[in-house]
Unconditional design. Structure first.
Length: 231
């Protein structure tokens, strides 16, 4: 594998793994990003953290003259690509849902950030999915359940860690996650990023390089004839 980019140390506090920086870049370019996390609690914490950092960056009136990280450009990109009217509409829809407005989503949606997991009601998930498709929500943190059955494409996908539920992700689930980036017919490019600790690097590398197992039909019998199923 070849190094395609080296990120400079982030000037943003609590962003040692560059997740927020990568999210900012994506929003500033007018695109959306999916971040897969192992647990529901992790999804919610990360959504809150990203929303708070967006708020803090937006309220800064002056940035350092040596803005080597380009935070000024990113801030301007946020202001240009986050639509306050659309986000207010999303909040109103959530507030009118049977479950009412979730306390975490109350803090995050105004900044174009939301989470998606099985703890939300069907109505809440539908509102958030629709908002993400329409481009109102720009950052969506989610558990692995979003990777199958829900068609939510994004320009960039981040898999927050290769370890889910105490073990390395299986190849199929990982490919379903990263397959959300740059969906054919919906976008002309996409990018996936797997974040890992140094101690996880070899396992992460093996996961990235792993090939899916060949698909074979369970309808075919050993004789080569097609089996029939009667209901």
């Amino acid at each position: 594998m070849e190094v395609t980019r080296t990120l400079e140390p982030s000037s943003i506090r609590s962003d040692s793994d560059h997740v927020f920086q990568l999210c900012l870049e994506t929003i500033a370019d007018g695109n959306a990003i999916l971040v897969f996390c192992p647990t529901k609690a992790w999804c919610e914490r990360l959504a809150e953290t990203i929303a708070k950092e967006i708020y803090d960056l937006g309220k800064e009136k002056e940035l350092k003259l040596d803005d080597v990280h380009g935070l000024g450009r990113l801030r301007d990109g946020l202001r240009a690509n986050l639509d306050g009217d659309k986000l207010s509409e999303v909040l109103n829809h959530l507030a009118r849902s049977p479950a009412g407005l979730d306390k975490v989503l109350t803090k995050t949606v105004s900044f174009g950030v939301a989470f998606h997991h099985a703890g939300l009601t069907f109505d809440e998930r539908g509102i958030i999915e629709s908002a993400f498709r329409r481009g109102a929500i720009k950052v969506l943190t989610a558990t692995s359940t979003l990777s199958s059955g829900v068609n939510l494409p994004a320009r960039r996908v981040i898999v927050r860690t290769p370890i889910f539920y105490g073990k390395v992700l299986d190849t199929l689930t990982y490919n379903q996650m990263i397959g959300r980036a740059g969906r054919k017919g919906l976008d002309d490019e996409g990018e996936s990023i797997l974040i890992c600790k140094q101690s996880e690097y070899q396992r992460a590398l093996k996961l990235v390089k792993a090939q899916l197992k060949p698909v074979s039909s369970c309808l075919a019998s050993d004789s080569g004839k097609i089996g029939r199923a009667h209901v």
